[in-house]
Design a protein around this ligand. Sequence first.
Ligand code: GUN
Ligand code: FE
Length: 431
Amino acid sequence: RGRTLSFRRVPASLDDADAYSYETDGALLVENGLIVASGTYEAVKTQAPDGVPEIDHRPHLILPGFIDTHLHFPQMQVIGSYAANLLEWLNTYTFPEECRFVETAHAQRIATHFFDEMVRHGTTTAVAYCSVHKTSADAFFAEALARNMRMVAGKVMMDRNAPQGLLDTPQMGYDETRAVIEQWHGKGRNHVAITPRFAITSTPEQMSAAGALVREFPDLHVQTHLSENRDEIDFTCSLYPDAADYTDVYARYGLLGPKTLFGHCIHLSEREMDAMSETGSIAVHCPTSNLFLGSGLFPLKKLVNREKPVRVSVATDIGGGSSYSMLRTMDEAYKIQQLQGERLNPFESFYYMTLGNAEALSLTDKIGTLEPGTDADFIVLNMAATPAMALKAEVVTSLADELFLLQTMGDDRAIAETYVAGMAAKAELTG
Ligand code: GUN
Ligand code: FE
C-alpha cells in the first residue's frame, strides 16, 4: 500500500495525465512473483484473499523498478578514472581492469557487489556487458539467478586493438557466445545479449560471426557502442573504409534492428538517424558518461521528434558513467537537454527510467509497469530521504514537483525499498 505511479506511454507534456496512472491511495497485490492486481487500495483489497499480509509504505511513492539499458559489469573499479577522452580511458584504465575478469573468484566477488548496487539503487533490470571471458558471464548470470533478477547480459566479443588478455578470435567469440546462450538464456529470468564491443575491437571476420549469431538467434538482444567520440568515429571509418559511415559498418553485418541497443549515438548524421529509425534500432543515452568523458551532448529531442523518429533509452554506462543511480542519470540528462535549449519534464524522465526502457527492450509484458500479469519488480521512493530533501519536500505541492525533487536531489538514499519478484531485496554485503 502506498501512492502508486505507472506509465502507459510517453507523456506528451507536463499536463498529459492520460500518459500515466497515479493513485494517491494505491496498492499492489502480489502472488508468486507477479503483480496480480493494482489500482486503488479499496479496489485491490476486494480482490485479495483473506489474511494476506499488508505492507504499508505510505506516504512513499511506489514505482516500477528502474531499468538501466547499458552498463559494464567489469568496470565497477574503473569509475572515476582520470582520463581526457574515451580512447585514452579505455586503453589506460578500462582494458587493464577487464583483464582481471579471467579469474573466476574475482568475477564472482565483483558480481556480488554489482547486484548489491543494483538493489540499493532501485535498478531491478540491467543490460550489462561482461568482459571477453566466459568466466565473467558465468559469474554474472549465476548471481542474477541466485537473486532471481531479470537481467540481460553478454560475453563481450573483441579480437583486436586491445591487450592480449582481452582478445578472443572470431571462432572463439562465436563458440563462447553460443555456449553462454545455451547455458544461461531463459534460465531463471536471464536473457543473453549478443555483444560485439564496438567496431574498433572487432575484425570484419568477428563482425560476420556476430551477424551470424543474430541470424541464428533473432529473438536475442544485441548491444554495442556507436558514435560516442570523434576520434572513435574517425578510427572506425579508417578500419572499415568501404562503409558509408559508422552506422553502416554495423548495418553491413546485419546488426541493426529492433532488438539492438547502440550505446551513445551522440554524433550521428541524418543518414545514420534514418537508418536507425528504419530498422527500429535503439539509441541509448548515457548522460553521466558523456559528460564525464567529454563525449558530447546527446540530441535526445532531435532524435525522438524528427520525422523519422529514433527509439531512445537511458542508461548509466558504469564505469564511463559516474553513478549507479537512474535518478542521478536523469538529472544529468535534464541538464544536457538544458544546454541544448530543450526541456525534459519530470514525467518524461520517470517514463524513460521505467516503461520507456522496457519498451526499448521489448519487455513491456514483463517489466516497466505495475500492470497485472507483469513481474512484481517495484521500488518505494522517499522524497524526504535526506535533511536537505526533507526541507525541499515541505514546499512540494504536486506529483511533478515530487518527481523533480527526487530526480534533482535523489540517489540510493531515496530508495526506501526494492522488491524483486515480490520479495524485498537487500544488499548482501552491507544490508
Ligand atoms: N566503447 C567501447 N567500449 C566502451 C566502454 O567500455 N565504455 C564506453 N563508454 N564506450 C566504449
Ligand atoms: Fe558503454
